[in-house]
Design a protein around this ligand. Sequence first.
Ligand code: SF4
Length: 497
Amino acid sequence: MDTATVTASDLVGCRYRYPQRLAHPEIPRLPAELERRERLAAARAAVQAALPTRRALGDGRGARPFARIDLADTPGVELETLEALAAGADLITGAVFIGDGWRVRVDVLALTADGTYLPVTVSNHRAARRDEGSTMLAVATNRLSLSAPMAVPYRHRHHVSDGYRLAMASRALAEFGLDSGLGGVIGQDRTRAFVAETAGLQPALDDALRAGWADQPRRLKECASCRFWELCEPELETMDDISLVLPGDKARTYRERGITTVQELIDARLGEPSALAAAWRAGVPLLARVPEVTGPRADVEIDVDMEAYLDQGAYLWGAYDGRDYRGFATWAPLGGAEEAANFAEFWSWLMQRRRAAHQSGQSFAAYCYSAHGENHWLRQSARRFHGKHRGVPSEAEVQEFITSGDWVDVFAHVRSQLAGTEGTGLKIVAREAGYAWADGDFDGEASVGARRTAVATGPEALAAREALLRYNEDDTRATAAVRGWLRDGAPGVQPIS
Ligand code: SF4
């Protein structure tokens, strides 16, 4: 197979996607993928605008004028990259290297004091997490090539595709004796590049390049958002592949035992996996793991759902009390006083309802479906804003609440009692509970795009805000519907026999 166009992202995840991409160039990218590309383009533009164009006053004049070369991704860019390197440019953006069967676009190459280059990739991942006990190197985006990286109290967060990209870049630079041995990632915080050594990335790149490609599909989590699913699904069905029921690694132990098809799994009579396989075959989405399904209950019940934008903050805390929905929302830039005030308002409303219930001798429960995101942003909001903005609780107050019996994860109740052929996510379980969303196609990915529109002005922004509020309200109401349905014993769900 021709591997001249292998990119870092081809090496991550499914090994059948790249062959499909080559075989079916006519299949267009899905809207969600286009949105992701748009977000990356926006990130690159933000970084491009922040990069230096000249030396600052304190930098001295240098031996020659500051040289920044911005390359466009057009035919011949590989050659232009080499010319820019040969010219010793201080900053090169949009560089492209061709390696042994692969191609990498490097967002920034920054000249270092010893004449080598620091490759930097722009990503929408979080590149590092603040951690007072750790140290890593970072350099401000607007000082790339002008300042050396300095130690900062952060911990590196590795993302496989970023790692491959930097490994490829440093490998290409090494061929010209220009590899600094370091690579940088500008993640969700566009103001700085987090820098780490690249030598440790090379073995993983070697392995990924050597691993070869698949000649048939195998269902993975990423199939749900892959443009080739319409081609792969019938292939999998023809093979009756076990991954249709047990995607990814979940089928490994069965494959090792020689069970490779759904029918073989059904026939093996192995308890829950075999029952789920039979249920999948019959089009039944959920089975009960327990003889009697139950749901949580309290006198005062509030369903909560939060929406966050990437790593930047939580902009919407929605609450449904069985009668009314309240969406505590901010459309201002995140991380500042508006986000803090919005969070404080939500928190004080929730705690006031909690206090009132307790004072009148009633039990209280705030519910959410899979509390991971909510817990993260409850803690983060307290960490970032407590003491700086009125009404924001301390981390200890938040911790007291989320570890109390008043904060209930409905997903935990579902997962312990039900098994699903397509998982037990809110959309799947609520559908079985008879709940229908107003915007059936709106999902987490769409909400990220809508948030970008919502922060602008004009009719489109207003429509996006309404869509986000509706989506959030639906999730709170769906959580309430699932609770009620669990309490009714999950009617219609058969036990695993
Ligand atoms: S649909 Fe799944 S198996 Fe097919 S190419 Fe995409 S990720 Fe791979």
